[in-house]
Ligand binder design. Structure first.
Ligand code: 5MM
Length: 348
């Protein structure tokens, strides 16, 4: 890479890692979005998905807490009711537009229960198109399941290789890669098991990134927090989770990586904020990277439930979206307090 290209990537990274802000993942694929709509009785059509994304991008004040928004391919080509492209609405607010470029996870042949994320074929061309449309960063998610005899080293290494290939192609195209290896919360595993698997996965991912000559300074890691499985009988305290998570990263994530932005993975909005906040309080000044959020459900869920597909509910849904984004902005600074859950700001 020449110095100019590196400087552009670093400029985008600096915008995304603004000290009071985090990222909003609004890149649910059509099937995931439809699943969330179905649960609430919202029609599963392209027009309803467009209306919902319009609600999100036009939320007043969203830019106070959100530095970047990850879009799905469908959304990057859509407009709000007045005809402005959604991507332009974001740019006008100073929110950096990003794009999910993986094509989903499929079963990994001969490895029951494990998955591999696809989308490398033709990726260079797709990235150039997204750059031309205004995207400045991208996202690729790999999923790792914990279970009987899994994850295997093959699943970990194959996913790590694909993540690294994706990352290098992004940097070549001028897009900052968000590298997302997600160890899932599904199952009854302990926090200790999640910690061991997350260590193994992060080592494999950074080895692969290093092998492929990815510039660490021009990327962001989007990992899971280190958590017990959803069905685990032991649900550890906020402080235990904070310590296990940051200690894992201190051992696995090079200091040259400028930032870590968590996925929420199915945690409640409040828990995700409390845990992020505790990490900042307990590891203040000890972390070499920025630590922020890149949540989807933990920001969007209350708004989606309030909207229910009804235009009359847009204002209250936007208030709730603003509020969750704000709680996470506070958590990202170590300033969050559970009492804030009741403070729905009414300046909207
Ligand atoms: C893990 O999912 C990512 C973060 O969302 P949560 O904070 O809700 O865990 C999210 O960006 C995800 O990658 C997208 O929604 C796309 O997911 P699908 O399954 O539709 O590819």
């Amino acid at each position: 890479m020449n110095r100019m290209e590196t400087a552009d990537l670093k400029k985008t990274v600096a915008l995304l890692l603004h000290k009071q802000k985090g990222l909003l993942a609004m890149d649910e694929s059509t099937s995931t979005c439809n699943k969330r709509f179905e649960a609430l009785g919202i029609p599963q059509t392209e027009e309803y998905r467009r209306k919902y994304r319009e609600l999100i991008v036009t939320t007043p004040g969203l830019e106070e807490s959100i530095s970047g928004a990850i879009l799905f391919d469908e959304t990057i080509n859509q407009s709000i009711t007045d005809g402005t492209l959604m991507i332009d609405v974001l740019k006008q607010k100073g929110i950096v537009p990003g794009i999910k470029v993986d094509e989903g996870a499929v079963p990994l042949d001969r490895f029951p229960g494990e998955k591999i994320t696809e989308g490398l074929d033709g990726l260079g061309k797709r990235l150039a198109d997204y750059y031309a449309k205004g995207a400045r960063f991208a996202k690729w998610r790999a999923v790792i399941n914990i279970g009987e005899g899994i994850p295997t080293i093959t699943a970990i290494k194959t996913n790590a290789y694909n993540l690294a290939r994706y990352a290098v192609l992004c940097q070549q195209a001028g897009l900052v890669p968000i590298v997302e290896p997600e160890v899932l919360m599904d199952g009854n595993h302990s926090l200790q098991q999640c910690s061991e698997v997350t260590h193994q996965v992060l080592h494999a991912v950074f080895n692969a990134l290093f092998d492929q000559h990815v510039e660490f300074e021009g990327m962001i890691l989007k990992p899971n927090m280190v958590l017990p499985g959803l069905e685990s009988p032991v649900q550890d305290s906020i402080d235990v989770v904070a310590d296990a998570t940051v200690n894992c990263f201190l051992r696995c994530v090079p200091a040259a990586v400028p930032g870590i932005a968590f996925l929420s993975g199915g945690q409640s909005g409040q828990l995700a904020s409390e845990r992020l906040n505790a990490m900042h309080i307990r590891f203040k000044d000890k972390m070499p990277w920025e630590l922020t959020f890149s949540f989807s459900r933990a920001i969007q869920q209350p708004a989606l439930e309030a909207w229910k597909g009804d235009d009359n509910n847009v204002a209250i849904a936007q208030k709730l979206l603003y509020h969750r984004a704000w709680c996470n902005s506070m958590a990202r600074q170590g300033l969050y307090k559970p009492e804030m859950e009741k403070e729905i700001p009414d300046q909207l």
